[in-house]
Each structure stands twice: as structure tokens, then as C-alpha cells.
Design a protein around this ligand. Structure first.
Ligand code: NAD
Ligand code: UDP
Length: 331
């Protein structure tokens, strides 16, 4: 691995919520960064503050297609590739399920072969969704999961499972050095107001005085990680120098019910919104909490930001004129 000052990094999905924070973190370490994105759910405004940054560039392109010529230039040097490209919110990834599946399978394959050809280390942003509706709790990396292969979430869950398969196969064949993070629900500034995920929905609804939508009876659980903690985990996992450690869970093990999250946001915003119940989406996992023993041992990583502190900064961000962006175009 190159030292970070001379490192050249490609971030697929770099205009998205997590990708844009990762670009910031890499640049602050001194790396040269190219964000590759088709702007399906990502936004130029997430990267606008980097417009004048000489070590940063944006390439418009879809990873399911042949990579743009600029990236295939013989002179281009790439040391690391992060594959974060894939819509992550259920309404967004279900809007075009075929594209979601192809993004994970064809897109990941394209980036893996690119990593092989330029000898870059490859990082896959996988997901806790590969555990499906888990029968093992908390979820350890050794659990194989309980996924419905044909339901409306399958395009994402099975796509990511196949992306992991491809990534592990490239490692087994010695074709690329790889890292795989299984990311649990993450939140923070730059989530889209029309993202559809629970944290952004509940905060935007509370700030607008609208009804807070809790799906089902609100007893399902999730464990929410603040974005800066997650990005720190990404950097440590990518920099890990041992042999391929397999997939590594990254998330915050503090678990709470969706109903409790809604009540917490109501209290923190002082909103007079009321909580309304809406039907539980098909195959919505009942509970989810990461076992992060491996990340602690391997990377010395664990999240530092409490839910209260993370929600406070996310609420503050949405309060600064970001809560209405795109909400008229909800999917
Ligand atoms: P996001 O939707 O904000 O970002 C995804 C980015 O990928 C967007 O910029 C989008 O335009 C781009 N993209 C989508 N398909 C593409 C394609 N075919 N070609 C090029 N670009 C494409 O989502 P996010 O929350 O930032 O998630 C980033 C990654 O992390 C995703 O791979 C997601 O599966 C994974 N992940 C996120 C979470 C989370 O809680 N945020 C949890 C688990 C996994
Ligand atoms: N959810 C909810 N209200 C919303 C959006 C989501 O109650 O407005 C629920 C959803 O059904 C799920 C949990 O919150 O049980 C987390 O949903 P999200 O889409 O954020 O993440 P994922 O389901 O992918 O973990």
C-alpha cells in the first residue's frame, strides 16, 4: 500500500451520502480522489465544497456499463477502489430493481476486473441486509442469513450477497486484494430529505410538524451508526494489512425500537407532530444489531458517537434548510 499522501483513490458512489463523507475523509488524509457516480440518488451538492480542490475530480458514469474512457487511460494511477455505488434506501432501490441487482453484480464485477488490471485494492460496501430477517442475534459475520430471494428487497439483499461472492472469488483466485464491510444502518448529514429511510423521514417530519410515520407497530429494532464513525471504520478496514479477513461488520451495537427512535426525535426537536402507524413493508427485518467483536479486534475500531450526539447534529443539519430538499419528489 502507498502512503496516504501519494494515494490515488476511486470512490464509486462518491456523490452519495456515505460516499461524499468518504471523499472528504480521504482528501483530508492527503489522497487524490476521483468520485464515479451516475447521480441516481447521489447529488452534486454533496461535493460542491470540493469544486476547487485540485486533488479531487468527479466522473459521471454508471458502473454497470464499461467504465468511462478517462478511467481506462493507461496513464491513470489507482491504488484503491471503494465500491459504494448502489441506492441504499428501500424505496429508491426498489424503484428500479433490475438496475439495483445489476449494479451489485455487473457493476461490482466491472470494478473488480478494473482493480485487477490496475492492481488496486478493492473495498465492497456490503450490508447487514445480507443477514435478511435474522434468526441469530446479534449478527456475527459467520451467520449465513435468512433472506427471501424473490421478495421486493431481494434485488438489494441478493445483489449484495452476489457482490460478496464475486469479491471473495477474486480473493480466492488471487486476482485482487479485497476488503468487505457489512454496514449496519448509518445516518447523518447529507442524507436526502426524500431518502425514505427512517432517520431522515422522522427528522424531516418532526421539523415540518407533519405526522411521523412508524411502519408496523414500531417494535422492530435497528442499531444506528453515525456517519463519521462508519467512515473511520472504512479507512481502517481498507488500510488493514493482514491477509483478507473476510467480511467485517461495521455498525453501532446500541439497539432500539423504531417507535423509541420516533419518540426520541420528537423530544429532541420539541415537535408537536403525532406518531401515525403505517403498514409494515414486506420482509421488513424484525431486529438488527451488529456483533462488532471482529472490527474491534482487527481494526481497534468501535463507534464513538452516541445516538443523542449523532441525532443532534443530524437534526441541526436538516434544520439548516435541508429538510425540504426533494421532498416534493418523494418516491
Ligand atoms: P446513497 O444512495 O446515498 O449512495 C449511493 C450512491 O451510488 C449514489 O451517489 C448513487 O447515485 C450512486 N449509484 C447508484 N447506482 C450506481 C451505478 N449503477 N453506477 C454509479 N453510481 C451509482 O446511499 P448510501 O447510504 O451512501 O450508501 C452507500 C453504500 O453503502 C451503498 O452501496 C449501500 O448499499 C451501502 N450501505 C449503506 C448503508 C446505510 O445505512 N447508509 C447500510 C448498508 C450498506
Ligand atoms: N421505517 C418506519 N418509518 C419510516 C421509514 C422506515 O417506521 O418512515 C421503518 C422500516 O420499516 C424499518 C426501519 O424503520 O423497520 C428502518 O428502515 P430503513 O428504511 O431506515 O432501513 P432498513 O429497513 O433498510 O434497515
Amino acid at each position: 500500500m502507498k502512503n496516504s499522501n501519494s494515494k490515488h483513490v476511486l470512490v464509486a458512489g462518491g456523490a452519495g451520502f456515505l460516499g461524499s463523507h468518504l471523499c472528504d475523509a480521504l482528501l483530508s488524509e492527503g489522497a487524490h480522489v476521483i468520485a464515479l457516480d451516475n447521480f441516481q440518488t447521489g447529488r452534486k451538492q454533496n461535493l460542491r465544497h470540493l469544486e476547487r480542490e485540485p486533488r479531487f475530480d468527479i466522473v459521471d458514469g454508471d458502473i454497470i456499463k464499461p467504465l468511462p474512457a478517462r478511467l481506462r487511460s493507461k496513464r491513470l494511477k489507482i491504488d484503491e477502489i471503494f465500491n459504494l455505488a448502489c441506492a441504499a434506501s428501500p424505496p429508491h432501490y426498489q424503484a428500479d430493481p433490475e438496475h439495483t441487482m445489476l449494479t451489485s453484480v455487473v457493476g461490482t464485477h466491472n470494478l473488480l476486473t478494473f482493480a485487477e488490471s490496475v492492481r488496486a485494492r478493492f473495498f465492497l460496501a456490503s450490508t447487514s441486509e445480507i443477514y435478511g430477517d435474522p434468526e441469530v442475534h446479534p449478527q456475527t459475520e459467520s451467520y449465513w442469513g435468512n433472506v427471501n430471494p424473490t421478495g421486493p428487497r431481494a434485488c438489494y439483499d441478493e445483489g449484495k450477497r452476489a457482490a460478496e461472492t464475486l469479491t471473495f472469488d477474486f480473493d480466492r483466485a488471487g486476482r485482487a486484494e479485497v476488503r468487505v464491510a457489512r454496514i449496519f444502518n448509518t445516518y447523518g448529514p447529507r442524507m436526502r430529505a426524500d431518502d425514505g429511510r427512517v432517520v431522515s423521514n422522522v427528522i424531516c417530519q418532526a421539523l415540518a410538524g407533519e405526522d411521523i410515520t412508524v411502519y408496523g407497530d414500531g417494535s422492530q429494532t435497528r442499531s444506528f451508526c453515525y456517519v463519521s464513525d462508519l467512515v473511520e471504520g472504512f479507512l481502517r478496514l481498507m488500510a488493514y494489512e493482514g491477509s483478507f479477513p473476510g467480511a467485517v461488520n461495521l455498525g453501532n451495537p446500541v439497539e432500539l425500537t423504531v417507535g423509541d427512535l420516533a419518540e426520541k426525535v420528537l423530544a429532541m426537536t420539541g415537535s408537536s407532530s403525532r406518531v401515525v402507524k403505517r403498514p409494515l413493508p414486506i420482509d421488513d427485518p424484525r431486529r438488527r444489531r451488529p456483533d462488532i467483536t471482529l472490527a474491534k479486534k482487527l481494526l481497534g475500531w468501535s463507534p464513538r458517537t452516541s445516538l443523542d450526539a449523532g441525532l443532534k447534529s443530524t437534526i441541526a443539519w436538516f434544520s439548516e434548510d435541508h429538510a425540504d430538499e426533494g421532498r416534493a419528489h418523494k418516491v
